[in-house]
Design a protein around this ligand. Structure first.
Ligand SMILES: [Zn+2]
Length: 321
């Protein structure tokens, strides 16, 4: 059972105390914008109801919010957009503890430069001092803390900011991923290290983006069985296998039901250069499973249709002729 109260045993502190701490964050080179941006994202995600308990996790919502703030507020190129850094180093500031199973994790275990993958596997998230968490649940306190961060570190007001910040950073991130799909699709391996935060978000959102392109239905048979809680029989499949290519471009995805996902990965069928079904000569009794020459269902956004060079790779390397 998760119980964090024991991590902090100081006296309950008030808003002025935390305004003070928020106003003098320990920052890399005395200038780095990472910590104030992460705290702004946390404030917003609490407000949106995406952080319901005192455990701040590296969710797609939080990362999307961090990225939206970064794009809006960090105009100089000198700093690398990395959410892992402030997530690790806010422990210096007296109100942020990294926890696993409700117990504080010594930061020495994580080293000075943990990757996002390391953080998401080795800790559950961060816990705030309980009195700060109580303040964050109150709208007036949140507004005061947000205004203080914006004024202290970026010299702007919340009203100035509202003009350029997307109302829903997660939806904005999804739209951006679809827009990125206008560049040339390449079949080389995507490097995780180039922009770790962007890579992580793209990977977290891949299932959502791909399924939305097919209205949550299988691209081969149109099956769309799901429960009211959103679990269902349709997966977001990678055409170029993820373990080989790390490519979460929407054009490397297909929404496929469990049967068609399995059969596709096994090379039982593939698609020709017109994105029409071709069937392995080794497959038997396949009537009702696939129809030869049937076209793939179209994507809601034509720019995000499955890449022809990815399908060609599947035909060459996976399909059992
Ligand atoms: Zn299907």
């Amino acid at each position: 059972m998760y119980s964090g109260e024991s991590l902090y045993d100081g006296e309950s502190q008030s808003l002025p105390h935390y305004l003070g701490l928020f106003g003098k964050l320990h920052r890399f080179r005395g200038l780095a914008p990472h910590k104030p941006i992460l705290l702004l994202a946390v404030l917003d995600e609490v407000e949106r109801g995406n952080i319901p308990t005192n455990l701040i996790e590296l969710t797609p919502e939080l990362v999307a919010s961090f990225r939206a703030y970064w794009r809006t507020l960090v105009l100089e190129k000198g700093f690398v957009e990395r959410i892992a850094n402030p997530f690790r180093f806010l422990v210096q500031d007296g109100f942020w503890t990294l926890v696993r199973d409700g117990i504080a994790v010594p930061t020495a275990e994580l080293g000075d430069n943990p990757t996002l993958r390391q953080l998401t596997t080795e800790i559950d998230g961060a816990q705030l001092a309980p009195d700060l968490w109580n303040l964050l649940r109150d709208e007036t306190s949140r507004n005061a803390l947000r205004a203080h961060l914006l004024k202290t570190y970026f010299g702007i007001s919340a009203a100035d900011l509202a003009i350029s910040l997307p109302a829903n950073p997660l939806e904005d991130a999804i739209e951006r991923l679809k827009l990125e799909a206008q560049a040339k699709f390449r079949t080389n391996v995507v490097k995780e290290t180039a922009n770790e935060t962007g890579y992580y978000l793209r990977h977290s959102l891949f299932p959502r983006v791909v399924k939305s392109l097919y209205l949550d239905s299988c691209a081969v048979c149109d099956l769309n069985v799901k429960t009211d809680t959103g679990s269902g029989l349709v997966d977001a499949a990678h055409i170029l296998p993820f373990h080989l290519f790390h490519n979460d471009d929407p054009r490397n995805g297909l929404a496929l039901c469990k049967n068609h996902h399995w059969g596709f990965d096994a090379g039982w069928y593939s698609f020709d250069s017109q994105r029409r079904v071709i069937v392995s000569s080794r497959l038997q009794n396949w009537l009702g499973f696939v129809s030869v020459n049937a076209p793939l269902r179209p994507t809601t956004d034509p720019d995000c249709a499955p890449a022809l060079n990815a399908l060609e790779w599947h035909r060459t390397h996976v399909f059992k002729r």
